[in-house]
Design a protein around this ligand. Structure first.
Ligand code: SF4
Length: 448
């Protein structure tokens, strides 16, 4: 499940142009007397729908005519010349995502508690967000305009939820008819235009596993290298998913998938020189099997989808430790603290932290926090809530708590259940630092 810094779209009214949200002082934009709240409507006579259009239509242009609707309501036409590559100094409003027209049986929106924040109910299906952030689209309701835009503006790569190349199965999973489910012509058009595609399969036991999965992988691999990779991630069920067409992913299921895919990967690797089909980390962790080595993942083509994240983390962790050694650091702060993380990743992190404690005399503890907000088999750190953290209060030791940054909204210190980080701190009675790995190390070098 993804949540990006996108404006909730449900209640937004689409307005013309793109709104400027900030102007850097002293920049070209400031010289033009443009201000936050002004909207750029056209560039050289071409309509601007969002900041991607603005970027595309101004790229390489040194002589420009901008049509602007000022915040005051006045219309301005600005003629300007700029040096090649000169930046305007604008920051723009975020993209309002387009909504999907599917009714996927596993849709994450069906797994939300009713009081979850509105942004979690956004069913985005937007080729712009796919290009910008790696969000997946199903291409089922893509318009001709959007197809043309991908090609014209080179919005490559695109991330496509395929789920199954068997049309009956795909239609069933997406809750649409077979005609809509059939994206073969659209996919071909993108590939023929040189757009790179990464595919995804959300693996639902008894529906698109076994031979359906095998066929899906081989059908997609037949388009390699135009289709670069396929990520296979397990269905995630919260306690609110009560659809009885869905079957829970068990450790045993994960083990059988690993066995099946390992054979397929060996075959593809020999023929294509890449594993091509990559399993989500969660499948290995839940199976109790080791995470593959670094080279298994190539250039980590789908890391944002949780494919190779654990390996990348372990590699980065080791690099940080070597760097500390090289810098002559042999002792980190003895100030005791606790890292709170999801149950899935906790054992991996604990192993690394124990290494760090031993080598550098630190005194960090790692505690796994159950997800009671979503329940079910939700075990990733990014979906933990403020209330979940408070329920781990008795297991916190030391003078501070560290949590992975992805527990917070990307642009605000707020948790998924709406609790502010400052409220969590108040309740726990210790400072809570939301950090990535590099920031954690910095915190350990200088805890104050
Ligand atoms: S494509 Fe499917 S899973 Fe994604 S938002 Fe739409 S209904 Fe939900």
């Amino acid at each position: 499940m993804y949540e990006f810094a996108v404006t909730p779209a449900v209640t937004s009214i689409r307005r013309r142009g793109v709104e400027i949200s900030e102007v850097t002082p002293g920049s070209l934009g400031a010289e033009m007397e443009l201000e936050p709240g002004d909207r750029i409507i056209k560039v050289n006579g071409r309509t601007v729908r969002d900041y991607l259009d603005f970027r595309f239509q101004t790229a390489g242009e040194t002589e420009l005519v901008l049509e602007v609707r000022k915040k005051s309501g006045d219309d301005w036409e600005l003629e300007l010349e700029r040096a090649e590559g000169e930046d305007f100094g604008f920051t723009f409003e975020q993209i309002v995502p387009r909504q999907c027209a599917n009714a996927c049986i596993f849709c994450f929106c069906n797994g939300n508690p009713v009081d979850a924040r509105p942004s979690l109910f956004i069913k985005d299906e937007d080729i712009r967000l796919s290009f910008l952030y790696g969000n997946y689209t199903t291409l089922t309701s893509i318009t001709e305009d959007e197809m043309q835009r991908i090609v014209e503006q080179r919005l490559s790569p695109q991330y496509v939820s395929v789920h199954a190349t068997d049309l009956d199965v795909r239609a069933y999973l997406l809750g649409v008819d077979k005609q809509r489910a059939d994206i073969s012509a659209k996919l071909r058009r993108l590939l023929d235009a040189g757009i790179e595609v990464h595919a995804q399969v959300v693996l639902c036991p008894t529906i698109n596993d076994g031979n359906v999965l095998k066929r899906t992988i081989f059908d997609l691999a037949a388009e390699y290298p135009r289709i670069t990779s396929v990520a296979i991630v397990p269905l995630g069920l919260t306690r609110y998913n009560t659809d009885d067409r869905l079957t829970k992913v068990t450790p045993e299921f994960c083990r059988s998938v690993i066995d099946q895919i390992t054979t397929i990967q060996a075959d593809l690797s020999e023929r294509l020189g890449t594993n091509f089909a990559l399993l989500g980390d969660e499948i290995y962790l839940r199976a109790g099997r080791p995470i593959p080595a670094r080279k298994h993942y190539g250039s980590y083509p789908q890391i944002e989808d949780g494919v190779g994240m654990v390996r990348a983390f372990s590699t980065e962790f080791s690099k940080h430790l070597s760097k500390l050694k090289k810098e002559g650091v042999d002792q980190l702060s003895k100030k005791k603290g606790t890292i709170l993380t999801g149950t899935l990743f906790a054992p991996v992190l604990r192993k690394q932290i124990e290494k760090l404690n031993k080598q550098f005399g630190a005194t960090l503890a790692v505690e796994a926090v159950e997800n009671s907000y979503f329940g079910g088999d939700v075990s990733v750190a990014g979906l933990l809530t403020g209330r979940d953290l408070l329920s781990a209060r008795d297991r916190i030791s030391g003078e501070y708590v560290a949590i992975p940054k992805q527990m917070l909204k990307s642009d605000e210190a707020i948790m998924l259940d709406g609790m502010l980080l400052s409220d969590v701190e108040k309740s726990l009675g210790v400072p809570v630092h939301a950090v990535n790995l590099a920031e954690l190390i910095t915190l350990l070098v200088n805890p104050n």
